[in-house]
Design a protein around this ligand. Structure first.
Ligand code: ADP
Ligand code: TYD
Length: 217
């Protein structure tokens, strides 16, 4: 399969971002897509935000309530964690994609637009993340859609603790914010919305059918 970038540049890698509210099945689908790509002899690197680097670790403490931070500071830290995820010298993903690798991330800048625009205007959050958008725009963003009731059921069943944003009303608001952001940026972003209520296998199949064209161009 020929490897061609969104801008038509040969040998530029693919960058796939998974999005959805907490518990929507993102990490399950990242793994299933990574397996499918390997079966097709396409090397890929799976990653996530918040990252496991120092800024990401600090953010997890805020999410778990171990540290308090103003919502503007939290949003700015997520933007900083994202730039580090892209640009750090050791394993920054921008260089990997530029070198032709496929990178799949569990969350990227649409998470910021959706989770922080309750506290600040969405335009402010988009502006805060402008550098990430300039450095690396996803080949495609895959949004796994479930409602807040289903998300809460899954979270309560599978976790022994609840994080900052894991409240039903917040998740319902975040889901609506995602749709607002997709509508706002539909002319410049490639977005696929999949129903997250099926079995993991069914969802993986639907995602594969939608994304496999990016390696076949
Ligand atoms: P996220 O990364 O979006 O928080 P996960 O992939 O961790 O979501 O899934 C959240 C929980 O729901 C996990 O316990 C997972 O096993 C379960 N799960 C994932 N996909 C599905 C699905 N399609 N149907 C039912 N449960 C699912
Ligand atoms: P994550 O570990 O992906 O949670 P989950 O697996 O439940 O989806 O993300 C942790 C939390 O961080 C999640 O509630 C969403 C939030 N978040 C933001 O608020 N802003 C961001 O920019 C990102 C990437 C995540």
């Amino acid at each position: 399969m020929e490897n061609q970038g969104q801008d038509g540049t040969k040998n530029k890698g693919k960058f796939i971002a998974f999005e959805g509210i907490d518990g929507s099945g993102k990490s399950t689908q990242v793994q299933l897509l990574a397996e499918r790509l390997k079966e097709n002899h396409i090397d890929c690197y799976a990653t996530m935000e918040p990252t496991h680097a120092p800024i990401g670790a600090f953010l997890r403490e805020i999410l778990m309530g171990k540290r308090k931070a103003d919502p503007r500071v939290t949003a700015a830290l997520f933007a900083a964690d994202r730039l580090d995820h892209l640009l750090n010298e050791e394993d920054g993903i921008a260089a990997k994609v530029a070198a032709g690798a496929t990178v799949i991330t569990d969350r990227y800048y649409f998470s910021s637009y959706a989770y922080h625009s309750g506290d600040m205007p969405m335009e402010w959050v988009i502006g805060l993340n402008e550098q990430s958008r300039e450095v690396l725009r996803p080949t495609v963003t895959v949004f796994i859609d479930i409602n807040a009731d289903t998300a809460m059921e899954r979270i309560l069943k599978n976790r022994d603790h609840q994080e900052l944003f894991e409240k039903k009303s917040k998740l319902a608001e975040v889901r609506m914010n995602y749709f607002e952001a997709f509508d706002k940026l539909k002319d410049t972003e490639e977005i696929i919305i999949v129903d997250g209520n099926g079995s993991p296998k069914e969802i993986a199949e639907e995602i594969w059918e939608a994304v496999k064209i990016y390696w076949m161009e």
